[in-house]
Design a protein around this ligand. Sequence first.
Ligand code: URA
Length: 210
Amino acid sequence: MHPNLTVVDHPLIQHKLTLMRRKETSTAQFRALLAEIALLLGYEAMRDLKLTEETIETPLMPMKAHKLEGKKLVLITIMRAGQGLVDGMLQLVPSARVGHVGLYRDPKTLQAVEYYYKVPQQLEDRDVIVCDPMLATGNSAIAALDRLKRSNPGSLRLVCLLACPEGIANLASAHPDVPIITAAVDEKLNDHGYILPGLGDAGDRLFGTK
Ligand code: URA
C-alpha cells in the first residue's frame, strides 16, 4: 500500500460512514454526514501543518503563542462531489481559500477530462488540500494534482472519503509524494469505475440528481 496512506479509523467516522453507505439514506442526511466526516478527516489532514509563534497579551500577561504559519490554507474541490468535503472542512478553517477543478470521467475510457480550473493565487506559499470523496480509478485526482503541481504549491494532500486498492496504487505511482487521508479502503473497483461495496455515486447522492 501507499506509504503515505492514512486511514482514519476513528469509531465516529466509521459509524457515520456506514450511515452514508446505506441506500435508504436521504440526500439531506448524506449531505450532513459528509460535512461531519469532512470536519473529522480535515482535523487529521491538518495535523502536521506548520506553526509559528507570535507575542500576544492575555488579560494577565504577554506570552508567545502558536498560530498557523504562512498564507491562508487552500481547499480544492474536485467538482462536483468534492464540494461536500470542502463544506465540512470550511467549518474547521473558515478563512481557507477555495479552488475549483472541474473534471468529468469519460464513461468509455474512464480518463479525466478537465472543463474548469480556478484556484487561488500564490499557491507556492500555501498548503493545499485536494478534496475528492471517491478515490476510484484515481484518474481525476491524478489529473488535478498534475495541474496543481504546475503552480508549485507549498504542500499538497489529498483527502477522500473512500478509496480502493486500484486508485491508491495509481495515485501512489503518479504522485508518491502526496499524502492520502481517507476514512476507509474498500474492496475493489467494478468495470464501470465504481468502488465496491462503496456508496454509489457520491455526486448524485450529495446533490439528489438521481
Ligand atoms: N465516483 C463515485 O461517485 N462513486 C464511485 O464509486 C466511484 C467514483
